[in-house]
Design a binder for this molecule. Sequence first.
Ligand code: SF4
Length: 253
Amino acid sequence: MVVRKRLFLGLFLLFTFILMISLGFLAFFLARPEAPLFQYALYFFFVLVGLTALLSIFTLGLITISLLRGAPPAWLSRAVKKIIVFLFPLILQLGKILRITQDRVQSSFIGVNNKLVEAEKEIVTPHKMLILLPHCLQDEDCPHKITLDPYNCQRCGKCPIDSLLALAEKWQVNIQIATGGTLARRAVKKLRPQCVLAVACERDLSSGILDSAPLPVWGILNERPMGPCRNTMVSLGAIEEILKEILDSQGCP
Ligand code: SF4
């Protein structure tokens, strides 16, 4: 887990460093009066790169402080999340250039995101908590439609949906199963949770976290013993640990 977080933070640091170097080069060319043709374009890039560098330094600083000492005030946390939404695709591109797989960068980002959500120490009432699950957790041969209503599951125990419903009942939290981003967004819009615990693959989870910002989303990666999108699994222990952390002081269960 430590290595995962380091990868995203390392790429973020490298990205900021590259911006600073670019800023230095632009400043050097701007200081030479013999290139009037490109002067305005250079000024434009200088301002653009300068602003992005400032946002990066600000965000990186706040992420580090949050990881070491707890979350900053809520409004600042919200600002950080919005800036990450803007910078994340650029950091992903940097990872690509360095031949680091997207899965690894996304997984590292999810680790950092979880630590930031944890640092917020937000206490949530059970009815404001939503567990969002991917459809691929359902047994592929199961005939029951559980995306509209997860309780259509007949609780046969053939796939993890049965135990996940039991967990949701135990903690009295909302649970939804989504086939993709649109259904997931609809569930969030409908239930208006204060916090989401989402299970998915690296790509869906990182895009879901970014889409929902500044809503706090805990991300748990699914396990794919049969390959992607097919009879996937998830650690019930990991889900319950998070529920305990967020809901424990509510005295549930
Ligand atoms: S536990 Fe529910 S969803 Fe899974 S196979 Fe059985 S009936 Fe279908």
